[in-house]
Design a protein around this ligand. Structure first.
Ligand SMILES: Nc1ncnc2c1ncn2[C@@H]1O[C@H](COP(=O)(O)OP(=O)(O)OP(=O)(O)O)[C@@H](O)[C@H]1O
Ligand SMILES: [Mg+2]
Length: 364
């Protein structure tokens, strides 16, 4: 029985039985190496698939790109420190610069270490030294060592790096990348030229996103594109990841609502309803509305707090009431981050609104 099911069993000559259904077509020929490669490429996450291949493809940070381009052109690339929030193109920029500098052979000339590699003091001493110290056949010139997520390096490793940077300056350039520059020891900071990557402007993200939408033939309506850009808050990685998940989950059409469903972010109209209830209903009713929404829709309280904060800021409310609510929302967010019971914080949130109402008449 098992043999009969074995797909690798040698093919038997077909037995033709009168009236029997026509045998199915033989299984498709195995994929060639090229086809397999094409499939793997197509299956890559879009953040990788659409990582800029050259400095020209980078949107935003035109000044930084311009400066880097000039430095590369004059063979004067200094040690650099790229810092700024996630998904703003730091890693992409230095990889694109490496490709522009070295062309096809850029991998031989670049050593890239990130947080997934062990970067204790031994790695700094050995791996970097080995790469920096060896000369490669058929290739000459300055090598590039990229230390991504450098803020995760131990202090000892950072101290060790100080000496290494100086020792190998003749044939290596170091590029440190991190989210927080202040986590890099001052001695290293002073050895590098710093470039700050600010969050991307939604308008800068728009062009790239629309290009990807076209390439991938994504069906998405206008409202959803606007919401997607807003949701990204300057982080292009987040935008592309949300777009890809939504494209898989809603192949017919990505709408404004489906975008929120796929990310688990609260739908704006649900927040509006809760906000109105918190401002007008009795304590018990408002608590029930909020509780039902959080449990039925699966919203996390910190996300609700962030959006309520926006509503409070955008709504015309008496000054004292607004100030009280903003302070309370910030306190609640802090408490949620300290992993306190969400149930208690939820009641406290309703309490804050009910107490704030008492402040309204005093102003009038
Ligand atoms: N300026 C940009 N131009 C074009 N694409 C970008 C840009 N910034 C980010 N991206 C896109 O977002 C993805 C993530 O960018 P990248 O890895 O460079 O971010 P990062 O700044 O290094 O973030 P992190 O601090 O989390 O490492 C890239 O693969 C690319 O597709
Ligand atoms: Mg990065």
């Amino acid at each position: 029985m098992a043999d009969a099911m074995d797909v690798d069993a040698p093919p038997q000559p077909p037995t033709v039985v009168a009236g029997a259904p026509v045998p199915e077509a033989p299984p498709a020929a195995p994929l060639t190496k090229k086809q397999k490669q094409a499939r793997t490429l197509a299956a890559r996450p879009w953040v990788e698939k659409y990582r800029p291949a050259s400095l020209d493809e980078l949107v935003a940070h035109k000044e930084i790109v311009g400066v880097l381009r000039r430095l590369i052109k004059n063979d004067k690339l200094p040690h650099t420190l790229l810092y700024g929030p996630p998904g703003t193109g730091k890693t992409s920029t230095i990889l694109a610069a490496a490709k522009d500098m070295y062309g096809q052979g850029y991998k031989n000339m670049t050593l890239e270490l990130n947080a997934s590699d062990d970067r204790g003091i031994d790695v700094v001493r050995n791996e970097i030294k080995e790469f920096a110290g060896t000369r490669r056949l058929f290739s000459s010139g300055i090598k590039l060592i990229v230390l991504d997520e450098a803020d995760m390096m131990t202090n000892d490793a950072q101290f060790a790096l100080r000496r290494i940077i100086e020792k190998y300056t003749a044939n290596c350039r170091f590029c440190l990348i991190c989210n927080y520059a202040n986590k890099i020891i001052p001695a290293l900071q002073s050895r590098c030229t710093k470039f700050r990557f600010s969050p991307l402007d939604p308008e800068q993200v728009r062009g790239r996103v629309e290009h990807i939408i076209q390439e991938e033939k994504v069906n998405i309506n206008r409202d959803a594109i606007e919401a997607l850009l807003k949701m990204g808050r300057g982080d292009m990685r987040r935008v592309l990841n949300v777009l890809q998940s939504a494209a898989v989950a809603y192949p017919q059409e990505i709408t404004f609502e489906s975008l929120f469903l796929v990310t688990g972010n609260p739908v704006p109209k649900h927040i509006d309803a809760v906000f109105q209830s918190l401002l007008n209903d009795s304590f018990n009713d408002a608590r029930k509305t909020l509780h039902d929404m959080c449990t039925l829709k699966g919203y996390a309280l910190p996300d609700v707090l962030t959006l309520l904060n926006e509503r409070v800021l955008d709504t015309q409310l008496p000054r004292r009431m607004k100030a009280h609510l903003l302070a309370k929302l910030a306190d609640l967010e802090y408490r949620c981050a300290a992993a306190t019971s969400e149930k208690l914080q939820l009641s406290a949130l309703v309490g804050a609104f009910v107490a704030a109402r008492a402040l309204a008449p005093a102003e009038a």
